[in-house]
Design a protein around this ligand. Structure first.
Ligand code: SF4
Length: 302
């Protein structure tokens, strides 16, 4: 299996906690109840400041389409020369972003089921939702890089096969992850192996707990599994009572809330931007340096 190494220098930027869906497995980036991001001079200054280290921003929520300053934010991030990606549930019109596709690298749709019996648990009008998300995906797939994220749950009504078929038929990447700790991925992987798929690539996104395994079959269909390999840097986790117990470990640096705060893991309190800069940023940069100096970790492979 080919191994690929990528440096994790992506910020996750949570723009709102509000969402029209109620996915029971959503961890809300660890900050349920956070206020909407305010795109004022201070926030713009912070985004400019962080550009000296971070090269990419992934816009998350809640549902980013409910955030009124989304267009202005994308414009600002683009002016700072960040690579921009975004996750949406695909329910709403994507008008806000379709005018800015030149600035956006990729759009990720959270789509967990097309089965009404499951969807009615998480959205008020499942049929409207299914039609709308499929329409949005098909509209955008030839205009920008589109992928689908599916969280596999233990609910048998979820039935993710229809989504997988849809992705294969339309040449759309699908990433399957599990609810934190439900441990269903090995079962799903076995199902793929039994149907002629084999693991062809493992992608390590470092520093952090993020690993992706790519499975492929003889027809060239691929499916990616997003997995967690626990990663606990000493400066963050050394004195934490949850070490070895927490679900995600150190994954991505997250910006959220008003006033803007920095969250380094989903289980601990976020810190102010000044605390982040004074106590953590240099340590993260040191991790980047250690791995960035190794050519393998800049899009390297073996
Ligand atoms: S909860 Fe956070 S600080 Fe504690 S071990 Fe996990 S990642 Fe580290």
């Amino acid at each position: 299996m080919k191994k690929i190494y990528r440096l994790n220098d992506k910020l996750r930027l949570k723009v709102t906690d509000r969402c029209n869906m109620h996915c029971f497995f959503c961890h809300s980036e660890g900050s349920k109840g956070a206020k909407d991001l305010v795109l004022d001079e201070r926030t713009k200054q912070i985004l400019r400041r962080l550009r000296d280290g971070f090269s990419a921003v992934h816009i998350t929520g809640g549902e980013p389409m409910l955030y009124s300053s989304l267009g202005a934010l994308i414009e600002n991030l683009h002016a700072c020369k960040y690579r921009i990606s975004l996750t949406t549930n695909g329910y709403f019109s994507l008008e806000e972003v379709t005018g800015q596709l030149d600035s956006i690298d990729s759009i990720n749709f959270s789509l967990h089921s097309l089965n009404e019996a499951f969807l009615e648990k998480i959205v008020r009008d499942p049929q409207v939702y299914s039609r709308s998300v499929i329409k949005n995906i098909l509209y955008l797939k030839d205009k920008t890089k589109v992928s689908i994220n599916t969280v596999a749950t233990l609910d048998p009504r979820q039935d993710i096969r229809e989504i997988i078929e849809f992705c294969f038929q339309n040449a759309i990447s699908i990433n399957i992850l599990q609810e934190l700790n439900n441990n269903i991925l090995p079962v799903i992987k076995k199902g793929f192996t039994d149907h002629g798929f084999a693991a062809v690539e493992k992608i390590y996104i470092y520093p952090g707990s993020n690993v992706r395994t790519v499975f492929q079959n003889a027809e060239g269909n691929t499916v990616t599994f997003k997995e967690i390999e626990h990663y606990a840097p000493e400066f963050l986790c050394g004195k934490c009572s949850l070490v070895n117990k927490c679900d995600e470990g150190f994954s991505f640096i997250r910006l959220e809330n008003n006033p803007l705060q920095v969250r380094m893991c989903i289980n601990q309190e976020a810190v102010s931007f000044d605390t982040f800069m004074n106590e953590y940023y240099e340590k993260i940069k040191a991790l980047w340096k250690t791995h960035g100096e190794n050519p393998m970790w800049r899009e390297g492979s073996d």
